[in-house]
Unconditional design. Structure first.
Lengths: 111, 112
């Protein structure tokens, strides 16, 4: 069965303390891995798409990387405004085009 | 301008009632989705429409019926509401299979 697992479920960091979030997947026919950010009471906001192993994308303090089995979202010198739930999703192949989401990592950055 | 808007934002209703949630997007996208986010924050796709045609229909009870009157709208009608239907429902849109899907603010449905 296609599965997306994110770890840790929750992460507390001090401002400036860099860390990484993990997304591991077991899917057939992967057609892209996506990272979203979700703030409380809001819909997910698109961050990155990765298509092939070795690919990297960066945006401000965030950098996403992809291997054949997992993706990492690296957060460098985080600020309190980076606090949110980060969701990973994979798009399946076979013509379905649907996104399968992980349960997310809730990140809290303390000042 | 709101890209993907849903109404209502909150909906509290009794078991057995029928209710609808409306979604509109002004991005010119041709694909729209409904997702359900349960109490554990797990986001799961329910339906997807492309140019008013149903292309994804996950294992969802028949009580849920999406309706797409045009490319810019995808409404969700729910019959005979049950306690387990309580969740946050998100509408989203994208251009075809483009990776960037835009989500609405969500509709928090509470069935009492």
């Amino acid at each position: 069965e296609d599965q997306v697992t994110q770890s840790p479920e929750a992460l507390r960091l001090q401002e400036g303390e860099s860390s990484s979030l993990n997304c591991s997947y077991t899917v057939s026919g992967l057609r892209g891995l996506f990272w979203y950010r979700q703030d409380p009471g809001k819909g997910p906001e698109f961050l990155f798409t990765l298509y092939s192993a070795g690919e990297e994308k960066e945006k401000e303090r965030l950098k996403a990387t992809l291997t054949k089995k997992e993706s990492f979202l690296h957060i460098t010198a985080p600020k309190p405004e980076d606090s949110a739930t980060y969701l990973c999703a994979v798009r399946l192949g076979g013509g379905s085009e649907k996104l399968v989401f992980g349960k997310g990592t809730k990140l809290t950055v303390n000042p | 301008d709101t890209a993907v808007s849903q109404t209502p934002k909150y909906l509290v209703t009794q078991m057995g009632n029928d209710k609808s949630i409306k979604c509109e997007q002004n991005l010119g996208h041709d694909t729209m989705y409904w997702y359900k986010q349960d109490s554990k924050k797990f986001l799961k796709i329910m339906f997807s429409y492309n140019n008013k045609e149903l292309i994804i229909n996950e294992t969802v009870p028949n009580r849920f019926s999406p309706k797409s009157p045009d490319k810019a709208h995808l409404n969700l009608h729910i019959n005979s509401l049950e306690l387990g239907d309580s969740a946050v429902y998100f509408c989203a849109s994208s251009q075809g299979a483009a990776p960037e899907a835009f989500f609405g603010q969500g509709t928090r449905l509470t069935v009492v």
